[in-house]
Design a protein. Sequence first.
Length: 294
Amino acid sequence: MAAGALWGLVFLAPELARGFTALQLSAGRFLAYGVFAAALLWPRWGALKAKLAARDWRALCALSFLGNALYYVLLANAVQRGGIAMTSLVIGFLPVAVTVIGSRESQAVPLRRLAPSLLFGLAAVACIGWESLGGQSARGDLVGMLCAFGALVCWTLFAIGNSRQLARLPQVSAHDWNLAIGVVTGAQAVVLLLLAWLLDSNEHTAAQWWRFIAVVTGVALAASIAGNALWNRMSRMLPLTMVGQMILFETLFALLYGFLWEQRLPTPWEVAAMLLVVAGVLSCVRAHRPRQRT
């Protein structure tokens, strides 16, 4: 829940720094993430490097690109083109995708026992969709929708791959793994930074630059350092089918932050969606509870 609360902030960041492109936001956030991660990891760098093989570094590069750089470029574009609600709606399908794939893992809870939880989740997404895409305030477009679905694919692959890597490397702590992803992401952000400024011809005032720096630094600390650390810890403690359900909290908090940003109360459909999210997670927890033998 705490990881979802921190990750929900990434949906608000593009609105807070609307004058900047999605590529600039992604480059700034992950460059800051890389700097903070390198500083925190430096005292243990030698010990961590000895625990990782070449295949682990390749996995780090792939996970960093999918779950951070590419994902956030697509998500920021989706928010700027279609709004927080539309983007939250599409990303809200993550629990369904991850849970269905996770149900094929060995010793996983059967999909039929997860059916109530999945139905609650789908009903919640339907409520959000009815309100955000069917209402008069909807401002989504096709490109924004495609970007949101691209972000959905990226994060589904990241969630599954990251959970499997953590299970395969018990000798590496979840916190150190998160910081290693941060260092690799920071290196990738340097390339993004060059592209971002080559492709941007807009001029910004000093006040806008300070606002941009504050937003990307805050998101890097809250979402990338603290949020990822909590998520990796949770991924090691819970099965993949249950990990999928926990992503629903990111959608829930993203909507709450959207309401605060728009200075309005949730509509009845949005309240229904929040209640269904809670019901879905609780039913998933119940499905994972060990059954007593009679």
